[in-house]
Ligand binder design. Structure first.
Ligand code: PLP
Length: 448
């Protein structure tokens, strides 16, 4: 029987393992992955699937890269672990900070490493609060973020996250977290007299700062392209206006580059599309292509100077900060990103994919929007194209299309009825064609 191996493992899995975003009572959605080959995953039955979301947006180099495996192996042999506390360091961490300093935004030259993106969000919130205390403005503590923003689910990161479903189990939230609407070009309705949709959406930040009192706002955190919220690409005038507002009201601009960093959108960093420089950045995921849990923050010279002049130890610590194996894999990954020009590859392949998606779905009666930047794309299904009316969530159109895709050998994620497509940057054109074919067949199976 074809499905026996995976079913047997799933039965054991349900007995003891708790999973993120899952309840075993929702049977039928589980998969057991046993190996990976480039842009493909192989399940416990030996069936191959296109890894249409690069794992969780992270595995941009694909599975089985000898350079990353070798880097981990060599580092494990020489030094598996050493503390990064109270001034202890290791050569790979020093090299990684140097490399990042040369490749991030020009004003970002100081780095702190974490085990992932949520820890990076918490680190930036704490950095922003500490900075304002040192500047003699301790009342500047609030965090503004956006609806559909995803910044992780550690407690503070969850409060910044703007996807409602993550919160009810854990309320009350921490006070002082405020959400403004997403610029969402397909759905944000700007006032009729607004200079543009992008400016109107950015001005939502100004409204929120004024409503809260600028003297209480520490930072605004935003993903250059909102990922988990459904691949929302902002208007070209959005982030330049956001930068102006942040400057005007002394609010730090934090760029959450956990998905967009290291080439995904067609540039090394997301805000480079609009010539905007943030005050703080955060990254994770593709920095190790998912081969090791790793992330961190990047701090502007201005903030680092204030912090270091403060003269006190920064009372923020993770056992695995600056983990030598994570740093070694990250260094090998940065070689790949540069030598294989991931930004250029993502730009070209993103164009190819977008053209194919548009020629297949542009006239589809239930496709409202096809969007993307680089190799970060999505198709939004709607009940009525003319009014943008959504399907009733109980119909589960998005999950059904996802399930139909799985039956046809493709694995990704949906946000409601938005199908996200962000395969590894190394994905070949033949596989990009298959993604579009499978999505078309899955859509037909569900919507006719
Ligand atoms: C933009 C963004 N920030 C933060 C996170 C949280 O990262 P982690 O799951 O490593 O905590 C994610 C995860 O998807 C993300 O997409």
């Amino acid at each position: 029987m074809k499905n026996n191996a995976e079913s047997a493992l799933l039965a054991r899995d349900g007995a003891h393992l708790l999973h993120p975003l899952h309840n075993p009572a929702a049977a039928g959605t589980g998969k057991v992955w046993v190996s990976g080959e480039g842009a493909y995953l192989v399940d416990a039955n030996g069936d191959r699937y296109i890894d249409c979301l690069s794992g969780l947006w992270n595995n941009t180099a694909g599975n089985g890269r000898p350079e990353l495996i070798e880097a981990a192996h060599a580092q494990l042999q020489s030094l598996a672990y050493a503390s990064g506390y109270i001034g202890s360091s290791n050569p790979r961490a020093i090299e990684l900070a140097e490399r990042l300093s040369a490749m991030t935004y020009p004003n970002i030259n100081h780095f702190y490493f974490t085990s992932g993106g949520g820890e990076a969000t918490d680190s930036n919130i704490k950095m922003a609060r500490y900075y304002w205390k040192l500047k003699g403005r301790p009342e500047k503590t609030k965090v503004i973020s956006r609806v559909w923003g995803y910044h992780g689910v550690t407690f503070a990161a969850m409060c910044a996250t703007g996807i409602a479903a993550y919160k009810p189990m854990f309320e009350p939230m921490i006070p002082g977290f405020v959400h403004i609407p997403s610029p969402y070009p397909y759905r944000y309705d700007a006032p009729a007299d607004a200079p543009s949709q992008g400016i109107a959406a950015a001005n939502e930040l100004e409204k929120a700062i004024l409503a809260e009192d600028a003297d209480t706002v520490a930072m605004f955190i935003a993903e250059p392209v909102q990922g988990a919220g459904g691949v929302i690409v902002p208007q070209d005038d959005y982030f330049p206006r956001i930068r102006e507002i942040c400057d005007h009201y002394d609010v730090l601009l934090v760029s959450d580059e956990v998905i967009t960093g290291f080439g995904r959108t067609g540039k090394l960093w997301g805000l480079q599309h609009w010539g905007v420089q943030p005050d703080l950045i955060q990254y994770a995921k593709a920095i190790t292509s998912g081969y090791f849990p790793f992330g961190g923050i990047g701090v502007s010279d201005e903030i680092a100077d204030v912090m270091l002049d403060g003269g006190k130890p920064w009372m923020h610590a993770y056992t695995y900060s600056a983990h030598p194996v994570g740093c070694a894999i990250a260094l090998a990954m940065l070689d790949i990103v540069e030598q294989e020009d991931f930004p250029a590859q993502a730009a070209a392949k993103g164009d190819y994919l977008m053209n194919a998606l548009k020629s297949t779905f542009a006239e589809h009666p239930y496709v409202g929007d096809i969007r993307g930047l680089g190799l970060m794309c999505a198709v939004e299904f709607v009940k009525d194209r003319a009014t943008r009316e959504e399907f009733d969530p109980t119909e589960g159109i998005g999950p059904k299309i996802h399930a139909a895709g799985v039956e046809r050998g493709m694995f990704s994620r949906v946000r409601g009825d938005v199908y996200c497509i962000a395969p590894p940057i190394v994905t070949g054109e033949d596989t990009l064609d298959r993604i579009v074919d499978i999505l078309a067949a899955s859509t037909k199976a569900v919507l006719g």
